[in-house]
Design a protein around this ligand. Structure first.
Ligand code: DI6
Ligand code: FE
Length: 399
């Protein structure tokens, strides 16, 4: 006996091998919060305590947004105006704006204020069928605020599955100007261990870029993460080629993200290491970048491609996972199936969660979404629409 079943459903399991891993006119059943049966209705000969008529809806795995900076205070709309008048992202950062501006407002906000604002933002992800969201720190750049941000991220885990990432190495704070190595030591020897002690960290990330941290400093943070038993991820080659893709691969990173300026050797190294390429079309769009990430090389070397919103106030104030999927097609020329796999199967892999999430398979978490569409491709096709007809979490429909 299953706890519940969804009949008269079209299932986009997102298992690789057949288009969308589709099973038309299928049944999905759950027991104890996990998928307990999935297949064509013609072979369904089971019973369930509760039967749901999906009325021909398409069911996909719950979306996985594997890269966000969702927790912060304030916004940077004025900088958007400055950039449209010709200032570059790097100019604004060098003039004391940019990440430093959001650090000032986030340090000044209380934990409850940060929580309420982030919870408000998160509602859009939940409404758009998202099951898992990754949330980074990185707007404190000190001890107290970095931990405050991570505590807020953990608290948001009541409404959705949250994976936290420590990003103390996001930028060099005012008080450490000209002393980057001292700041990296402070992050490695004080802030990260304190956050780990409070069980606030699932992974560690670094912004490896000219305006942030170089590969030697990145290596220092990665070695500390490894010593603490934590997986690593990297903001790599976003604005220039610092060999970030190869560096991430060398450390067995779960993912390397952005990659607009990555070279072929770096992509090959990621393929060998099994690292996922997380592409962020929102930042590409909002910063009006022109150099595309190396999509052909990623396909050629069979590197799994994930897609995420990179929600943040400075380079990607994007709150719609579905719009990120659409942008991955229109801006990066991914196919709708590649883009949807990017926000499901490969998004889960970029968080090390492929055993429980990302595809519809028996034994996996019963976290899925129902869509009022006639084909899965429509999820990448429509701009700004939200055809989500329902979300199921741990086998239950949230009341
Ligand atoms: N790269 C980005 O695009 C964001 N962080 C990063 O490492 C920008 C964050 C911000 O501008 O607030
Ligand atoms: Fe980011």
């Amino acid at each position: 006996m299953h706890d519940a079943a969804w009949l008269n459903a079209n299932l986009a399991t997102m298992r690789s091998g057949t288009p969308y891993g589709a099973i038309e006119d299928g049944v999905l059943a759950v027991r104890a919060g996990r998928i307990s049966w999935i297949g064509p209705r013609s072979t369904w000969n089971e019973t369930a305590k509760e039967e749901n008529d999906a009325r021909g809806a398409w069911i996909t795995p719950g979306l996985v947004d594997c890269h966000t900076h969702l927790v912060y205070a304030g916004n940077r709309a004025h900088e958007f105006e400055l950039r449209l008048k010709g200032a570059s992202y790097e100019d604004i950062a060098k003039a004391g704006g940019g990440i430093a501006a959001t650090v000032r407002s986030t340090r000044a906000a209380s934990e409850d204020e940060l929580f309420l604002v982030a919870k408000g933002r998160l509602a859009q992800w939940i409404d758009e069928g998202t099951a898992v969201i990754e949330i980074k720190s990185g707007y404190g750049l000190d001890h107290d605020t970095e931990l405050k941000m991570l505590r807020v991220a953990r608290r948001l885990g009541e409404a959705i599955t949250v994976k936290t990432t420590f990003l103390g190495a996001h930028a060099i704070p005012e008080e450490y100007k000209g002393r980057a190595d001292d700041y990296v030591e402070f992050v490695c020897e004080e802030v990260l261990p304190a956050a780990v002690k409070e069980k606030l960290v699932d992974a560690v990330d670094v912004f490896c870029e000219r305006i942030a941290f170089d590969s030697r400093q990145t290596t220092r943070v990665f070695e500390k993460a490894k010593a603490l038993g934590l997986p690593v991820k990297l903001h790599a080659d976003q604005l220039s080629d610092l060999g970030g893709a190869a560096l991430a691969a060398r450390h067995g990173a779960l993912s390397a993200d952005h990659l607009e300026f990555s070279n072929e050797q770096g992509i090959e190294a990621m393929a060998r290491a099994g690292s996922v390429a997380v592409l962020l079309p929102g930042a590409f769009y909002f910063l009006r970048e022109t150099r595309l990430p190396p999509i052909e090389a990623l396909r050629r070397h069979d590197v799994p491609i994930a897609i995420a919103t990179d929600h943040n106030p400075g380079s990607s104030p994007l709150s719609s996972p579905l719009l990120a999927v659409n942008m991955a097609c229109t801006l990066f020329r991914l196919t709708p199936e590649e883009a949807l796999a990017g926000m499901t199967r490969n998004g889960a892999r970029a968080l090390g969660m492929q055993a429980s999430h990302g595809t519809l398979e028996t034994g996996k978490a019963a976290d899925f979404a129902l869509w009022d569409v006639t084909s899965p491709a429509e999820l990448a096709y429509a701009i700004g629409a939200n055809p989500c007809a329902g979300v199921v979490r741990a086998g239950r429909t949230p009341r």
